[in-house]
Ligand binder design. Structure first.
Ligand code: BGC
Length: 600
């Protein structure tokens, strides 16, 4: 209790010291629970709704299509689906430019179709999470259109307007964006020019077509009249609107939201986002009262700050800069120049483990009782696991084993069958920007070997994006379709299912169980770590390289000799000895071994 009072006091002091910021009442966030119990062993499945299953033959996926595939999701064994935005949109950024937050876009069906999907999913014990684009709307949203008309409108201050740009840098960014070949597909800068009565410029978040909602500035500057405080009437109204949107969908049965660009709502925030944290903590305080069993998952990429803000889950946004997904690349492969994973200097297992271990001691230790940090196979913004030269089922099994033995996994649709990120596809609905391709990760789900991959009854020429045809090396255990891999014990799909079952059956793999790296001095691979809880201990050893990797680690098993229980792919063996446990892994192989008492 004393500690809580002290923390509250310190935070109050931090917000008031030497400035005119509003005095915040700080919720008692340190006592919050991690989230509903189902998160503990959850496997989340991300669906890009335009590309999963088309039920009405218009070439675009829809909600009825997803409902029709719930049996498959149950078969796969996932606990929750997260859908990218399904609300009415002007489709200049894959649905992240919303025109009505209270209405399902007609291409996906109706609000009733969404409720039906939720009910049917719940019957199978599958939760449904939606995407909340909290930070901006479409420039075609009626709020923005009205706001642009002047200062005396209901929505005037829902957005940030100015008659001048704040500085030379803003001018430079705007000029650069406007002079690019396709300005509306260029994300440069934070301001866009306008000829509306309300102001000459408006603040934007991503594309110019996505004006930022006005949640206020951390430090409004009196010389910058467009900067309103968080407690000003405009930002307060926007905050109320956000709560309305959340309630509207929670009341229809939605179990939670993934919040887009969650850290960036408050402009001009400081290091570690104290103002954004304050905002979200208030939201969480409200949610705990009104919707205590619901989940907020953030696109944040910094678990300590994110969970301190009150989110239940943060996710590793990986790729760029993060070493985590370096396991995705063979140490000897030429990396794809366009790939997020073409990291400078091929990092080895030790680097990756150290990266995670640093996070564990620094960030995870701190957040252990506050929430979760999820590892993703890929997503709609990034390349899939199958990209560049990383394309065989064996390589993908190694990667999938990594994801599914980490504390909380999120599988992007189609990764379970090894769908490939194709390159060179056209930009669809704002998918590609500033030279970065996202279309390749959004192609139709491959259900079977037909011309539309069983995704749609339309003609292949009418598909939203073409079916990916250029996978390589993937035929050794079935081509990447559900039909060809189902019930083939060697397939990636069945392997993924067995990993999901392993997670369910063994608490050592649950989110709150320990993750401990095991280093083998001077060796790039194998990557070895242990997952454990009170009475279970499992060892994971991964070799993504094309060479055999053998190592001896300190004796960790509770027995000597071989183990009874293990999952392997490729040539792999484990022998426990008092003098040290021996791990032998052939080229591109893995093993997951039960080291618990009595498993000899
Ligand atoms: C989403 C992107 C989107 C951007 C702007 C994100 O981070 O994941 O797909 O383009 O926000 O809304």
């Amino acid at each position: 209790m004393k500690k809580t009072v002290l923390v509250v006091g310190l935070l109050l002091l931090a917000f008031t010291a030497g400035s005119q910021e509003p005095v915040f009442s700080v919720p008692d966030w340190q006592t919050w629970k991690k989230g509903p119990a189902w998160l503990e062993d959850a496997v989340i499945y991300q669906i890009y709704p335009s590309s999963f299953k088309d039920s009405d033959a218009d070439g675009i996926g829809d909600l009825r299509g997803i409902t029709g595939k719930l049996d498959y999701l149950e078969y796969l064994g996932v606990d929750a689906i997260w859908l990218n935005p399904v609300f009415e949109s002007s489709w200049l950024d894959g649905g992240y430019d919303i025109t009505d937050f209270y209405k399902v876009d007609a291409r996906f069906g109706s609000n009733d179709d969404l409720v039906n999907l939720i009910e049917k999913a719940h019957e199978k014990n599958i939760k449904v999470l939606l995407d909340l684009v909290a930070g901006h709307t479409s420039w075609k949203h009626p709020w923005f259109l009205q706001s642009s008309m002047g200062t005396n409108q209901r929505y005037s201050d829902y957005y940030i307007w100015s008659d001048r740009l704040p500085d030379a840098r803003a001018q430079q960014d705007l000029t650069q964006m406007l002079s690019s070949p396709e300005p509306l597909k260029d994300t440069k800068g934070s301001w866009m020019v306008s000829d509306s009565p309300r102001g000459k410029y408006y603040n934007k978040n991503f594309y110019a077509t996505q004006p930022a909602l006005n949640y206020g500035y951390a430090h409004p500057d009196p010389d910058h009249p467009w900067e309103q405080g968080m407690d000003a009437p405009g930002p307060q109204a926007v905050c109320r609107e956000l709560k309305n949107i959340i309630s509207f969908w929670f009341d229809k049965g939605v179990d939670g939201f993934r919040v887009d660009m969650a850290a960036s709502l408050i402009k001009d925030d400081e290091d570690h986002f104290p103002y954004a944290k304050h905002f979200w903590r208030k939201m969480r305080e409200w949610m705990d009262k009104e919707y205590p069993d619901h989940v907020l998952m953030a696109e944040w990429g910094g678990p300590k700050d994110c969970l301190e803000a009150g989110f239940n889950v943060d996710m590793d946004l990986t790729g760029r800069g993060s070493k985590t997904h370096a396991i995705y690349q063979d140490e000897h492969s030429q990396t794809d120049k366009n790939s997020y994973f073409s990291l400078p200097g091929a990092p080895d297992a030790e680097d990756i483990l150290h990266g995670w271990a640093d996070r564990c001691s620094d960030e995870f230790e701190h957040i252990k009782n506050m929430g979760y940090f999820a590892t993703i196979t890929g997503n709609h913004d990034q390349f899939r696991m199958n990209t560049g030269e990383r394309n065989t089922p064996e390589q993908l099994k190694v990667m999938m084993s990594f994801i599914l033995t980490m504390p909380m996994p999120i599988i992007y649709y189609g990764e379970e069958i090894g769908m490939r990120s194709e390159t060179g596809l056209p930009s669809i609905e704002g998918s590609n920007h500033n030279g970065h391709e996202r279309s390749g990760a959004r192609t139709p789900m491959q259900w079977d070997g037909s011309a539309t991959a069983g995704f749609s009854a339309c003609s292949p020429t009418d598909l939203y994006l073409p079916v990916c045809t250029h996978w390589t090396n993937s035929s050794s255990h079935g081509s990447p379709t559900v039909a060809s891999q189902k019930e083939d014990r060697q397939s990636l799909l069945e392997f993924t299912r067995s990993l999901i079952r392993l997670r369910k059956e063994h608490k050592a793999f649950h989110a709150s169980s320990e993750w401990t790296p095991v280093y083998s001095e001077g060796k790039a691979y194998p990557m070895v770590y242990i997952r454990s809880c009170e009475n279970e201990k499992w060892l994971v050893a991964l070799n993504p390289t094309g060479h055999s990797q053998n190592t001896i680690i300190p004796h960790t098993a509770s027995f000597n000799g071989e183990t009874k229980e293990k999952i392997t792919a490729g040539k792999a063996s484990f022998k426990a000895r008092r003098s040290g446990d021996r791990i032998s892994l052939g080229p591109v192989s893995l093993m997951i071994v039960n080291l618990s008492e009595g498993n000899r």
